[in-house]
Design a binder for this molecule. Structure first.
Ligand SMILES: C[S@@+](CC[C@H](N)C(=O)[O-])C[C@H]1O[C@@H](n2cnc3c(N)ncnc32)[C@H](O)[C@@H]1O
Length: 272
């Protein structure tokens, strides 16, 4: 089992116990609002190297198990394990037919798997929650067999910038999760010992009729602001009015935009 009690660094990502609790709470609502997550995971699946035939795969940060089921369909002869830090997500995933054979609570930075035990680590929109991406890479490297593939998607700086800027105009406090810079993904992947097959950043822009639709969606996904330093308690009426007003400056014909800067990485562990 993972030690979730490690304190977070000042100004770093949220406490892992809070991340786990927030995603566990969101397990029942997640699938109904996960359109972007579906599109990103599908795109990541399409980027898997042609001819890849894992005998064992790992879905890391598997959430409700949607992509575990797709992996199980695609690699019908292979065994699969789903690892997530949120037990509630795994309990939800276990009840749906198909998918991983094993569901294990664990942390991407300290995987509960043996060395050289899988041929594919698939991880869609989970590792942005990890403080130490270098540890995620090292762990993926450890559990992969030589020639195995790590395919991940994540979020980087630029994500939810409209919301961040709008809050900034209201009170200057941290209301939006922090993200790593794309250049840090590049640097860490280059230093990881993996062979880089793909590493790119793609913007996805979603549109909402109003700010509340966006913030409700983030909450239903379990992905609302959990950062240390976030304001506590309810958002006051005046501040909320200020936010709505500030966000209007971004309005486009399609609605209020919310930009996600998505990182896609496909890396291979060298054969020797
Ligand atoms: C946005 S959801 C994505 C779920 C799924 N991969 C999908 O695309 O639908 C992020 C998932 O990552 C999990 N997660 C967050 N931090 C994690 C960590 N350190 N180790 C393992 N899973 C983590 C969360 O509990 C959540 O289920």
């Amino acid at each position: 089992m993972t030690d979730l009690s490690r304190p977070t660094l000042p100004g770093a990502l949220p406490d892992k116990r809070q991340v786990a609790a927030s995603f566990s709470r969101a397990a029942a609502s997640y699938d109904s609002v996960a359109a972007l997550q579906r599109a990103v995971g599908l795109s990541l699946l399409e980027q898997l190297p042609a001819g890849l035939q894992p005998s064992h795969w790992l879905d890391l940060g598997s959430g409700t198990g949607h992509f575990s089921r797709m992996l199980a369909e695609r690699f019908a002869q292979a065994g699969g394990v789903a690892v997530d830090i949120a037990e509630g997500m795994l309990l939800h995933a276990r009840h749906v037919k198909g998918g991983a054979q094993y569901h294990v609570v664990g942390d991407a930075e300290r995987l509960p798997l043996r060395d050289a035990s899988v041929d594919l680590v698939f991880s869609s929109l989970a590792v942005q929650w990890c403080d130490q991406f270098a540890s995620v890479l090292a762990e993926a490297q450890r559990v992969l067999r030589p020639g195995g593939v790590l395919a991940f998607s994540s979020l980087c700086v630029g994500t939810l910038d409209e919301l961040r800027a709008s809050w900034q105009a209201v009170d200057g406090l941290v209301h939006v999760n922090r993200f790593r810079r794309f250049e840090d993904y590049q640097r860490l992947c280059a230093a990881s010992g993996f062979e880089q097959l793909e590493l790119e950043r793609c913007p996805h822009v979603l549109h909402y009729p109003d700010v509340r639709s966006l913030t409700h969606e983030l909450k239903a996904l379990g992905a609302h602001n959990l950062n240390p330093g976030r304001p506590s308690g309810l958002t006051g009426r005046a501040r909320m009015q200020g936010l709505l007003q500030a966000y209007e400056a971004f309005r486009q014909p399609a609605g209020l935009p919310a930009t996600y800067q998505v990182v896609y990485g496909v890396l291979r562990k060298p054969l020797a």
